[in-house]
Design a protein around this ligand. Sequence first.
Ligand SMILES: *Cc1c(COP(=O)(O)O)cnc(C)c1O
Length: 238
Amino acid sequence: MVCTGGRGVRTEEIASGLAGVEERIGEACRAAGRDRGEVTLIAVTKTYPASDVRILSELGVRDVGENRDQEAAAKARQCADLPLTWHFVGQLQTNKVRSVVGYADVIHAVDRGRLVEVISREAVKQGREIGCLVQVALDDDPARGGVGPADVPALAAEIDAAPGIWLGGVMAVAPLGEDPAKAFARLRDVALGVQERHPRATMISAGMSEDLADAVAHGATHVRVGTALLGRRKLFVR
Ligand SMILES: *Cc1c(COP(=O)(O)O)cnc(C)c1O
């Protein structure tokens, strides 16, 4: 029998995934001459149970990400006692905003003015202050969401001006079939453009299990990691 030091098998699995991810982030920071403290790990817990969120919290993770409201709302309720920041990283339909604003601290994929209006209205109504990131499209695939780089400044200004929400910065998903490093370099240019007008909007949410090192090399402040922490998801949810 393997000695787990009193910890359960799942805790050991997650601790080992976390150690591996920490090592990769640390190495990428060293290579880029960045301080480890500049990069926040968001554990993307979609399809995994609230018990895994609890384990992550015990292991010191403070940021979790989800991409479907129904699942996220239930998990956030079950984990309401934990000191966690909740990130909603998926595409968001306006009819889900009321629910999402109830538990999310940061919404990553803001990609249209209508969404800004609805999030702002709900945040004010619920007395919440929600961080919003502009999702930037790094290719022409509409299925991946986001606004083209040319449309980012206008959307960022709308977020900045709206009550109940604050402009955090930008977010992107690397395009398929392109070197992610090149895409993340473009994202950093877009982010710096936003920061010229909004100096406090310093968040760059980029990088997942496969490409987190490229993202850190190109200035990511938040990496969103699921598979490398928790294992391969059985359901296909992107
Ligand atoms: C699922 C998801 C992730 C995590 O992806 P992994 O490859 O499992 O690390 C990151 N960002 C978004 C938007 C996601 O939906």
